[in-house]
Design a protein around this ligand. Structure first.
Ligand code: BG6
Length: 479
């Protein structure tokens, strides 16, 4: 055990998850097809392929997840045993509006989350809810073009309003779009992780399409914020940013400038959602590129009035860039512009491990956006071994989490960052989003299932379960 700092009274310790990676039950209770339901399994360096319907003979891991749909009472009880004060989950859009464009919501889907939230309440666990976590109804992707289309703004807002009205007494903390800035990787667009439901067409300017789609998501998110406040002024609605600070590889001024270009490009999403307006550099950039982004006066007013209440963010790693002579304009091209950082180690999946980057990022965000923050994902994807006696010795995960929590605590206690809570990814093993693998495990609780969805789905406490229990009990003092 290492010594940490105690967090402020009422700090929300918990764990995180997402519906498509956890629930399974893809056809239960009237659920419709989401984009995640047509994503095949991939692997490290093998991208997931998306089909336009479910094909016989293909493997779709999100169809079973870890069967939270049928195990949620048992799972929430285990979270309570760990001492969770909160539990981050997402509402599967397709349980509430199976195709996304229905006039009335699906009562069976709404009732499912009624009971999930009631079960949380029974144990004094506060649900933290993401509305769209890579789970757009497939019909909105295929027939409406996702957030290319303003109609999808209305569909999202209706979904959000339905959830706020139904659950505002059970759920105080909400987030609109998970990792909305994943779209900066538009060159390698992955339709599910892109989150906007946009599938690029041959020959179109992908960057321009990305800016337009992101704009409509901002409008949808800002409208949702305003509606939430009108329904219940105590509701807190955050954005959700994939935070991976980009360092200059060296102190060469051009490397430093290149890193600044990367940061403003990756995090303009946060500028718009937290400050309610576009940064001037981006408006200039659109002009220089000749992009015609449809941003109306009405949109601008909505963005301003719908700034988020807090910054939800994930943190897994940091990145680095260097200036190259063949890129005199310092265009940030993600992920191609990134270079390995020789000062940090990597996980088995090549993710750079950098706990100090979390403290750095928190200070950067506090200074830039000056809002309360919530770490809603931070974790270590690794191979776990189930021992003959049923134990799982995941000391590598304990080390990763402990090192990150130590830096988080310094950011709060020493630096004065305003942090609401911490929910490591993931509360329980889930299907990996980028690879569709089960063996890339993140959970504090082990689920007996393999990449093909075979296994007993029995839950087992990992060593990290008992370790985290002590962290929470000591309010962060025992790491
Ligand atoms: C975040 C997502 O990108 O990272 C999660 O919000 C995801 O859904 C997590 O699971 C870890 O990534 P991966 O691809 O290893 O599952």
């Amino acid at each position: 055990m290492t010594k940490g700092y105690k967090m402020p009274e009422g700090f929300l310790w918990g764990g995180a998850s997402a519906a498509h990676q956890m629930e399974g039950g893809w056809q239960e209770g009237g659920k419709g097809l989401s984009i995640a339901d047509v994503m095949r399994a991939g692997a490290k360096d093998v991208p997931r392929i998306e089909d336009d319907k479910v094909l016989d003979g293909e493997v779709y891991p999100n169809h079973w997840g870890v069967q939270f749909y049928s195990h949620y009472k048992e799972d929430i009880k285990l979270f309570a045993e760990m001492g969770f004060k909160c539990f981050r989950l997402s509402i599967a859009w397709t349980r509430i509006f199976p195709n996304g464009d229905e006039a009335v919501p699906n009562e069976a889907g709404l009732a499912f989350y009624d009971d999930v939230f009631a079960t949380c309440k029974q144990y004094g666990i506060e649900p933290i809810v993401t509305l769209a976590h890579f789970e757009m109804p497939l019909k909105l992707v295929k027939e409406y073009g996702g957030f290319r289309n303003r109609q999808v703004v209305d569909f999202f807002v209706k979904f959000a309003e339905t959830c706020f009205r139904r659950y505002h007494n059970q759920v105080k903390y909400w987030m609109t779009f998970n990792e909305i800035n994943n779209q900066t990787s538009w060159r390698d667009a992955h339709p599910m992780l892109q989150n906007s439901g946009v599938i690029f067409k041959e020959g179109e300017n992908k960057e321009e399409v990305m800016f337009q789609a992101a704009h409509l998501e901002f409008v949808a998110s800002a409208q949702a914020v305003q509606i939430a406040h009108a329904i219940d002024p105590t509701l807190q609605v955050g954005d959700m940013i994939a935070m991976s600070p980009i360092y200059p590889l060296t102190a060469k001024p051009k490397d430093v400038m290149m890193a600044e270009r990367a940061m403003r490009y990756r995090y303009y999403f946060g500028d718009v959602q937290a400050l309610g307006e576009y940064p001037q550099w981006l408006l200039n950039y659109w002009d220089q590129k000749g992009y015609q982004i449809d941003v109306t006066e009405a949109d601008r007013a909505i963005l301003k009035a719908g700034a988020v209440d807090y910054i939800g963010f994930s943190y897994y790693n940091s990145g680095a860039v260097e200036y190259k002579d063949d890129n005199p304009d310092m265009v940030y091209d993600e992920p191609n512009s990134q270079v390995p950082n020789p000062y940090v180690p990597r996980s088995d999946w090549g993710w750079q491990i950098d706990p100090v980057g979390l403290r750095y990022a928190m200070n950067w965000m506090q200074a830039r956006w000056n809002k309360p923050m919530f770490i809603v994902e931070n974790g270590f994807g690794a191979y776990d071994k189930l021992e003959d006696d049923g134990s799982i010795h995941d000391d590598y995960r304990i080390k990763y989490l402990s090192d990150h929590i130590a830096e988080m605590e310094k950011a709060v206690v020493i630096d004065g960052c305003n942090l609401i809570g911490y929910t490591p990814w993931s509360a329980i093993d889930i299907v990996s989003a980028s690879t569709g693998e089960m063996k890339k495990r993140y959970g504090l609780i082990f689920v007996d299932a393999n990449d093909e969805g075979q296994g007993s789905f029995e839950r087992r406490r990992k060593d990290s379960f008992y370790w985290y229990q002590k962290v929470i009990k000591s309010n962060g003092a025992e790491l």
